[in-house]
Design a protein. Structure first.
Length: 56
């Protein structure tokens, strides 16, 4: 449900370096977990972010 957290600690080739917007989907937020802390290191993209990159 909305607000839940999903963790995928081992996603193989599906990682930020290989991410793209080919399907029109914004990239998710990236959180680094270390020493008992969880910090957002990249905010989630919005549809506005995707549209801003387009030249009309």
């Amino acid at each position: 449900k909305a607000g839940d957290v999903i963790a995928m600690p081992a996603a193989g080739a599906y990682n930020l370096a290989m991410a793209s917007n080919y399907n029109g989907m914004p990239r998710p937020e990236v959180v680094m977990v270390s020493a008992g802390r969880a910090d957002v290191i990249r905010r989630r993209e919005t549809l506005d972010d995707l549209i801003a990159a387009e030249i009309f």
